[in-house]
Design a protein around this ligand. Structure first.
Ligand code: SF4
Ligand code: FES
Length: 429
């Protein structure tokens, strides 16, 4: 899907975004093998609450801020319907209750109606996280019959031009029709718009569009820099002035609209000085199952080296959640380094995001460099400084930067080759 902005710090509050397809390469990270034993000091976790089903990496859109792994074209074949039902059943048995169908674009799968209705029977609260492309009257009626609880629709902008530019498709009109269908079928109108340098100045128009669409919940999620968004960070990061203006306009709109619309404005991590409690802590409440069956504690973890993530084809979810070395790797605090280890905030933010720590410092056990106590915090400050410069350059003569990179199969194949056969990542370190 054309998802993107927020890595959910509290997934129960924010329907996070997310997607994948399959080639035949089975990476190291997909094979089950023993590794670091679970230390006795690792606390026994509670049950999971939130399951994100990334049912496919296929997507008709090509958003430049997509969360999906950039090497998605080298992953294995997609799970079958039965394999998905096994994963859903086993996750429900160990306590997961909130289920998000995401992708890629989940509507690409023609068994989505079955997955929705079966998971509803299992007792899940179900959420479809979608670009809207592929949602027609027949399908939404089937979802309604099957008990789908919630649909989160994304738009890229209030203007056709920017919506279509960012996704490299002509989808604005289609999305507008889907928004009407969602209303017609009496779903709460939940709209997600990912913000970045290229659209954040349209904030007033985006809010006006939401009001016109009778949106009840609006997520204005500033891009977080993972996956394709990290590649395109120099194009996407807004300046501090842009952010402040957007927040002011949003607050004024909030004051006027009152309870009619609930608005979440998610600030980009890079402009904070303390990190988010990413996914509420590793292996704490959140599970992602990827299109090819890998089970992850967050939707970005696949890139982390030295961890063997289990696959639902080979193991049951109970073992994966409670006992797999991968899910225990960053539970508790025995893995932490300084300054987190002796920091009073560690129980609140868990040292931030493991994936961001890896992407920006090369070691997932480091403090998330968003934290101003991190010895690597300068990496974030430099990116912010660059954004200020780029933003000024945009209003004077254009400054050449690496061309924007669309999320598509061709680019993914090229980047996969650059990453090589090993599980390397293209990073900014
Ligand atoms: Fe959080 Fe670690 Fe920073 Fe302390 S040092 S505030 S625990 S990230
Ligand atoms: Fe934050 Fe992986 S995305 S821990």
């Amino acid at each position: 899907m054309d998802k993107a902005g927020s890595v959910p710090s509290t997934p129960l509050e924010r329907g996070g975004p997310f997607d994948h397809p399959g080639s035949s390469i089975q990476s190291q990270s997909q094979m089950l093998a023993p590794e670091t034993p679970v230390t006795p000091a690792t606390p026994r976790p509670n049950n999971p609450l939130w399951l994100l089903a990334e049912v496919t990496y296929k997507c008709p859109l090509h958003c430049v801020f997509c969360f999906n792994p950039i090497d998605y074209t080298r992953y294995g074949t997609e799970l079958t319907t039965d394999e998905w039902l096994k994963a859903l059943r086993e996750s429900r048995e160990i306590g997961a209750t909130q289920l998000g169908f995401s992708g890629g674009e989940p509507l690409v799968r023609d068994d989505l109606e079955i997955l929705v209705s079966e998971s509803r029977k299992m007792g899940y609260y179900t959420n479809l996280i979608t670009s809207g492309i592929g949602l027609n009257e027949k399908r939404i009626a089937a979802f309604k019959d099957g008990g789908l609880d919630h649909i989160q629709l994304s738009f890229q902008d209030s203007t056709r031009e920017m919506n279509d530019f960012i996704s490299s498709t002509r989808t604005f009109e289609l999305k507008s029709k889907v928004a009407k269908l969602i209303k017609q079928y009496e779903y709460p109108m939940v709209l997600n718009v990912v913000l970045h340098r290229l659209n954040i100045d349209h904030i007033q128009e985006i809010l006006d569009m939401a009001e016109k669409m009778e949106v009840e919940y609006l997520e204005l999620a500033n891009t977080q820099y993972y996956g394709w968004a990290l590649l395109n960070r120099d194009h996407l990061m807004p300046s501090r002035e842009q952010l402040q203006r957007a927040e002011e306009i949003t607050n004024a709109f909030r004051a006027r609209i009152g309870d009619k619309m609930k608005i979440y404005f998610v600030v980009p991590d890079y402009y904070e000085n303390r990190p988010k409690a990413c996914v509420n802590g590793w292996g704490s409440v959140f599970i992602t199952v990827t299109a090819d069956g890998l089970v992850l504690p967050c939707h970005e973890a696949r890139q982390l080296p030295g961890i063997t993530f289990p696959n639902v084809r080979d193991a049951d979810m109970k073992w994966i959640w409670y006992d797999s070395p991968a899910f225990n790797k960053y539970r508790g605090d025995s893995w932490m380094k300084e300054p987190c280890r002796s920091c009073p905030n560690k129980a609140r933010d868990f040292g931030g995001c493991r994936c961001q720590a890896f992407m920006l410092t090369g070691d997932a056990a480091n403090t998330d460099p968003v934290c101003d106590l991190s010895p690597h915090h300068h990496v974030v400050l430099e990116a912010v400084d660059k954004a200020q410069q780029q933003s000024k350059a945009a209003t004077t003569p254009a400054k050449p930067i690496i061309p924007i990179m669309y999320r598509d199969d061709k680019n993914s194949r090229k980047l996969s080759e650059e990453m090589g056969a090993e599980n390397k990542t293209v990073s900014t370190v």
